[in-house]
Write a protein that binds this ligand. Sequence first.
Ligand code: ZN
Length: 66
Amino acid sequence: MATIRCPICEKQFDPAQSPAMPFCSERCRQIDLGRWLRETYSVPVERNPDEAGAGDEAARPDETKP
Ligand SMILES: [Zn+2]
């Protein structure tokens, strides 16, 4: 009986026993799906310069105190 390696967790498993080929489990299949979706929809995140951002905290040091 041959085993294959899960591309997510790299665990050796029997493909005949897996409910989520080519992954060892449904959980690993979901992890792979999540990664794939994230790459597909990945958009370069740019900070909006009009929003309060870097440097704003330094300009108002007293606001961080209780
Ligand atoms: Zn796995």
